[in-house]
Ligand binder design. Sequence first.
Ligand code: URA
Length: 235
Amino acid sequence: MTVNILINPFFLLNLMKISNDLEDLTNKIKNCKLCSLYKTRKNVVPGIYGSNNELCFIGEAPGYNEDKEGYPFVGKSGKLLDAMLREIGLERKEVSILNVVKCRPVTEDGKNRIPSQTEINICSNTWLKHQLEYLQPKLIVTLGSVALKYFFPKAKVTKEVGLFKTTNEGFTVFSTFHPAYILRNNSEFMRETYRNHFKQIYFYIKSNNVLKKPPIDKALSSTNVKQSRLDNFFS
Ligand code: URA
């Protein structure tokens, strides 16, 4: 086997294709050394698979906190994502949360950076693609430009946010902003736009029976209370 891996770098990929097990795939992700990010990572962040995994959120790549803990969206962006999920009656443990790139891209002086196109290609075509094949989510929500471009390489996030589209593989994708973008561009207008995007997600999952356990009906009913709760998050 060692010989095979050395001789044929695609041997691992072939092995993976015939594997039927998401857990097995996740373990392979945890041991990945296909690009140089493994040299600087503390933990690989394969993602989490929710109890209601028909709904899948996809971000860009782990940052400092995610690298430290091994879980996606556990820093400030993650807190905002959690708040938005609560707005539509969902909890983090119910949904799947993945990233395009599974290890933290870091600058020489230790800061987060955007993953390179090579890192994106290697990681997503090897791991994200197969995770989605196993999960078969009924709705994918892309958070920010890197995730949107994985499905639609020519898309511009500013033009395409708030839209539902279908991929060549037949996945339904809704694109919205990355929570970090909302945190950086915090204004009443952006908060309202983000809230509306999550309402679109809520109405889609309700009317298309996306989730085995749908969010409670009253999730969006007391808008004023919900609004002030989200505004509190930013204050
Ligand atoms: N930003 C991302 O895109 N993913 C994470 O997991 C955390 C922050």
